[in-house]
Ligand binder design. Structure first.
Ligand code: PNS
Length: 160
């Protein structure tokens, strides 16, 4: 059984994340989408909300689980018996951070492989940070976040 883990903040999930989830799901028997629980960083959405949004999206896909985790990703991946980490790379600008993280995770857990997937080009500029900024100012979130979640994400961001 091949298990992959796709970790992130998902604050909130974007179309870019969703695109990566759909690509990763085809490569594994079991995909764990893992939301980082970072007590030091208050998000726009609670971890429960982020997990809830992701669970709604993946409901039709039985090989995907959505969870949250604390602490080191490599420890959680081991606990979940994942053999590789999935990360999305949108543009060259993502590369340095991703490269550093992948090499550090490899140092900590040499058997855990990091796999990079590229979302569709039309999502290259989509990030949770920009979604939060645009949504906070009442901008249109169409094609930035999954349509079924758009109104709820927009309403929460507008509340501030
Ligand atoms: O969506 P993000 O914020 O880019 O995801 C970053 C994430 C959650 C993958 C990264 O911060 C992480 O793995 N954090 C867990 C703590 C950890 O393992 N740190 C060492 C990374 S080398």
């Amino acid at each position: 059984m091949r298990t992959g883990i796709y970790p992130g903040s998902f604050d909130p999930v974007t179309m870019g994340h969703w695109d990566v989830i759909l690509r990763a799901e085809k490569l594994v028997d079991r995909l764990i989408v893992a939301v980082l629980h970072n007590p030091a960083k208050q998000g726009a959405f609670s971890v429960e909300e982020r997990v809830g949004f992701l669970r709604e999206l993946v409901a039709p896909l039985p090989n995907i689980e959505v969870t949250s985790f604390h602490g080191l990703l490599v420890d959680y991946a081991k606990q979940m018996e994942a053999s590789f980490i999935v990360r999305g790379v949108r543009a060259f600008s993502d590369f340095e951070y991703e490269f550093q993280m992948a090499l550090m995770n490899r140092k900590l857990a040499p058997d855990l492989e990091t796999v990079f997937l590229m979302p569709k080009e039309k999502y290259s500029a989509v990030s949770s940070r920009l979604v939060r900024e645009i949504g906070g100012m009442g901008g249109n979130l169409s094609d930035l976040v999954p349509e079924s979640l758009r109104e709820r994400i927009a309403a929460k961001l507008l509340q501030g």
